[in-house]
Design a protein around this ligand. Structure first.
Ligand SMILES: [Zn+2]
Length: 345
């Protein structure tokens, strides 16, 4: 049964952080030794240090992938030039943190900033199905419904039928964004925990008014190019999955399956953030939390018990995936032990 995404889906993910009982095998090619051939990726944005929530998602993806003998790729999503420039050295530190936890990846790191030609090619391929949009943020906010959980505002189609004369006039005022014509499509994705999830696809942006390629476009193009069959990522991105999966089909590809991982929260139930205290590996190291201790906390939060190495964590994995973690997210299990650390004082 398909159904529409709503907020209660995300609440469910937060309370019961992903953890499928079984790895569904349909739609994937068997590998040479009978194993399912999975290719997953981790794709950090190098604008801030990874915090425990990010690291937990990375670990979950690595475990799910390695457990099935699959490939785990690394992609740095550095398209937001200004924010990346303001965070010099962060990308390298993120990779170092992942390595430090024992999360190794296959092949070279892919940098989105070096893939602009591929994005341009994809936009050109879609050119019969795109249109220019001159709306300001405010105009869209006023004309559309409430934003989704990932902050995306469904576009109401204001510019979908502008005459060429009107478009020419508007172009003098401000540069156009390029939107894809989705014709009100609904698209269903498969999530390892949630099963089939259906979302409406709006006429979302492919190229922003400032010329930058959108997150939705770049992610979809890269996942297709890298042969990604499984996307493990934070539950905050669930509502963008039908959009990206739909775009994959428009580009002639097969969408991946998803594993949306529950977000780590602070005690108030809000998503973990820097202001919650010592939440990065560097912060924790100052408090004598070495990588083994961090890894133990993270594996415990995934229902695998405290494991000090990724090898031990892999061995603790049940045959059919990760066990249900249950309980209230990661901090529910280890909060008592870490409260002082996470609070920063
Ligand atoms: Zn518009």
């Amino acid at each position: 049964m398909s159904r529409l995404i709503n907020r209660s889906d995300l609440a469910f993910l937060t309370e019961h952080p992903f953890l499928p009982r079984r790895l569904p095998h349909r739609g994937l090619d068997p590998g040479h030794n009978g194993c399912v051939s999975v290719t997953d990726r981790y794709a950090p944005s190098p604008t801030a240090q990874l915090h425990l929530g990010n690291l937990r998602t990375a670990l979950a993806g690595w475990l799910l992938t390695r457990r099935s003998g699959g490939r785990w790729l690394m992609r740095v999503e550095d398209l937001d030039e200004a924010r990346v420039r303001a965070a010099e050295g962060v990308a390298e530190q993120q990779l170092e943190d992942l390595r430090g936890l024992g999360l190794d990846w296959d092949g070279d790191v892919v940098w989105q900033s070096q893939r602009l030609e591929a994005y341009a090619t994809a936009v050109a391929a879609l050119s019969g199905r795109t249109y220019e949009c001159f709306c300001t943020r405010r105009e869209i906010a006023e004309a559309s419904s409430a934003p989704h959980d990932d902050g995306h505002r469904p576009y109401p189609g204001t510019c979908a039928r502008l005459s060429s004369a009107e478009a020419a006039r508007r172009r003098e005022d401000r540069p156009a964004a390029i939107r894809v014509r989705a014709e009100g499509a609904a698209f269903t994705v498969t999530d390892l925990q949630l099963g089939e999830v259906t979302g409406l696809v709006d006429d979302f942006v492919l190229v922003r008014g400032d010329g930058a390629y959108s997150y939705n476009l770049a992610v979809t193009v890269d996942d297709l190019a890298q042969g990604v069959t499984q996307v493990t990522r934070g539950a905050d991105l669930l509502s963008s999955s039908p959009r990206q999966a739909w775009l994959a089909t428009q580009l002639g590809g097969t969408p991946p399956r998803y594993a949306h991982v529950g977000l780590v929260t602070n005690p108030d139930g809000a998503r973990l953030a820097k202001r919650d205290g010592s939440v990065t590996l560097a912060d924790l190291a100052e408090r004598r939390w070495d990588s083994r201790r961090v890894l133990s906390a993270l594996t415990a939060s995934l229902g695998l018990g405290p494991q000090e190495t990724t090898t031990a964590a892999l061995e603790a994995m049940p045959e059919d995936g990760l066990p249900p973690a249950g309980g209230a997210f990661w901090l529910g299990a280890v909060w008592d032990d870490t409260e002082g650390v996470l609070r920063g004082q």
